[in-house]
Design a protein around this ligand. Structure first.
Ligand code: MG
Length: 274
């Protein structure tokens, strides 16, 4: 799987979350072909595109297959913060090492400064909740709650406790939560991408469905913000509150709808009914 040929003139960048925003495994067609047709049309006009996901690189490679991607996105942001540029002639992904080195340096600092917080959270989760504490290689720590309601309660507790630990950032999506350095999330990775390709914030489109997408739906990150109709309620509220577009469609159809809303309908394809 290779990306389309790099445009002569870059018009802007389109950033999509994957699970829920594009990919709906429970549907007969998990990712609608009209999404790729729309992207191919916009790509001809100079719009680059990126997948910004909480998935790891390996898990996302599986996602590309499951979603039947006919061509690769120009960029992939895995685990909300590892930036990759699209495949070479062999379809290999290349991590942006400069950005990764900054992350590793800042994470080392985070681990030193926040060890006490992490330890306290672990005790709280294990002793006082039905949630599960998880430690994965390359990530400081995470939580899997027994329900979305329990996660909301945990999130409120975390918000209060992290006030005394300046570096603690939280990435949350349905029943999952991870701790990280506060400067690394979907928002800062998308800003870095836009900086690298040299496009202003007004030419950045971002769409998502989960709490961890809110960082990239910030007005300082993207001038065009949207969410699909199957988004978490707090995401819809955020998008509405910031003058963004809440689609009526689910998943990839909702994403196409949002692209049409912001990027006009000059192209014939964009007139096709969804
Ligand atoms: Mg999602």
């Amino acid at each position: 799987m290779k990306p389309l040929e790099y445009p002569e003139e870059v018009k802007g960048i389109l950033s999509f979350d994957f699970d829920g925003t594009l990919f709906l495994p429970e549907n007969e067609v998990s990712l609608e072909p009209i999404f790729y047709e729309t992207i191919a049309g916009l790509r001809d006009e100079g719009w680059l595109w990126a997948i910004n996901t909480g998935r790891s690189l390996l898990y996302m490679l599986e996602g590309f297959q499951q979603g039947g991607f006919p061509f690769a996105p120009d960029f992939l942001v895995a685990r909300e913060r590892e930036i990759y540029t699209a495949g070479d002639q062999f379809g290999r992904w290349h991590r942006v090492e400069e950005w990764h080195a900054h992350y590793m340096r800042d994470m080392a600092h985070f681990m030193e400064e926040s060890a006490e917080f992490i330890e306290m959270m672990k005790r709280y989760i294990e002793d006082e909740t039905a949630a599960q504490w998880i430690e994965e290689e390359g990530d400081p720590a995470g939580i899997i709650a027994s329900s979305e309601d329990e996660m909301l309660g945990i999130a409120a507790f975390v918000e209060q406790e992290r006030q005394s630990y300046g570096l603690v950032g939280v990435l949350r999506n349905s029943i999952y939560m991870r701790f990280t350095h506060k400067d690394y999330h979907k928002g800062s990775s998308l800003q870095e991408l836009a900086r690298r390709v040299g496009v202003p914030v007004e030419q950045v489109f971002a769409i998502g469905d989960g709490h961890n997408d809110i960082d990239k739906l910030h007005p300082e990150v993207a001038g065009m913000i949207a969410c699909v109709s199957n988004s978490q309620e707090e995401v819809k509220e955020y998008v509405r509150g910031h003058g963004g577009y809440v689609a009526e469609g689910h998943g990839s159809l909702g994403s196409v709808e949002a692209l049409r809303h912001y990027l006009g309908c000059e192209d014939k394809l964009l007139h096709r009914p969804l």
